[in-house]
Write a protein of this length. Structure first.
Length: 197
């Protein structure tokens, strides 16, 4: 069930400015009826600034008047005209400071167990740079003596689903490239005829 923004502040305003029942306010704000009673008695929400749900666009005046006239009806939250925020898409991955020392271990594991992954895939998956990947591959990384191959999923650097997605893409690309190379350079197979002696 959708609740208003700042439910307690909304409840304070509704208690102070409307003739709604405590049950109506409690159900609309997602609070307990006794909490609304405490707000009305001044035990809860002391000094809290009330939020007008009509000004916020969470209630219409008609809805408020309808529910004040009939205490058996329930308030219905108004449909918001504001755009709904979407999940963050692609972009650089943030790695917490506590896990950054594990990133070279994850890179080494990917290079060993999934050589089909390109540097760009590893870079997107673990949030690293191509020079770092190259240094780990060539064993010229400043800390190469301490790097051990550890699965980046168990280290918490990426999810299993993301890793599988990039591996599938890399394998499909490798198969397509192999097919194109084979079509461009067909190998002539000579039939060996057994010699009769």
């Amino acid at each position: 069930m959708a609740l208003p923004i700042l439910p307690k502040a909304t409840a304070v305003w509704l208690v102070e400015n409307t003739a709604l029942s405590f049950i109506q306010i409690a159900e609309f704000c997602g609070l307990h009826e006794l909490e609304i009673q405490a707000i009305a008695d001044g035990d809860v929400g002391i000094g809290m600034q009330g939020q007008d749900p009509v000004l916020n666009g969470q209630l219409t005046k008609l809805e408020l008047e309808r529910c004040q006239a009939d205490t058996t009806t329930r308030l219905v939250l108004a449909k918001s005209t504001n755009p709904v925020p979407t999940a963050r898409g692609k972009g650089a991955r943030y790695t917490p400071v506590s896990k950054r020392q594990d990133r070279p271990d994850g890179i080494a594991w990917l290079l060993k167990h999934h050589p089909e992954l390109q540097d760009v895939h590893i870079s997107k998956l673990l949030g690293t740079t191509k020079p770092t990947i190259k240094a780990i591959r060539e064993k010229s990384h400043w800390n190469s003596t301490n790097i051990t191959t550890r699965n980046p999923v168990t280290l918490g650097l990426c999810t299993e689903a993301d890793l599988e997605k990039y591996v599938i893409v890399a394998r499909a690309r490798a198969a397509k490239l192999a097919k194109a190379t084979e079509a461009a350079n067909p190998t002539v197979t000579e039939e060996v005829v057994p010699s009769e002696e």
